[in-house]
Design a protein around this ligand. Sequence first.
Ligand SMILES: [Cu+2]
Length: 148
Amino acid sequence: MFRSILSILAFVVALAVSPASSTERPPATLYKNPQCGCCEQYANYLRRNGFTVKVVPTHNLSLIRRQAGVSIPEKLEGCHTMFIDKYVVEGHVPLKTLDKLLTERPAIRGISLPGMPDGSPGMTGQKTEPFTIFEIGSDADPRVYATE
Ligand SMILES: [Cu+2]
């Protein structure tokens, strides 16, 4: 009896420590305009890569940002706003940079890939140049966080 309980326990523990992806990732909440299709595609891209993403439709992204205490220059606003861990992520930021953020955990508010560039995750078209991902929450002009 004791032995079988142990083996059940071992099984449960094994399940718990082997997530679908190799990296442990915090759940994300993505706010988007109800009509935004590329936002939905971006959420699916993240899900395919092992993220848990809750999509919340809203007509007022700026209100969502304000309520979260996020102030963001207009040129860094994305078509959707995602909250993950303690960060805000604007736009179609690719996986590598998202993982970099979650691993390095810098003292910034978040990151943004503005402008919905062609070929970025969730967007159609061909990538024509490296994507530039900016920091949110650096004081002066937006600083580049990463390019990929
Ligand atoms: Cu978009």
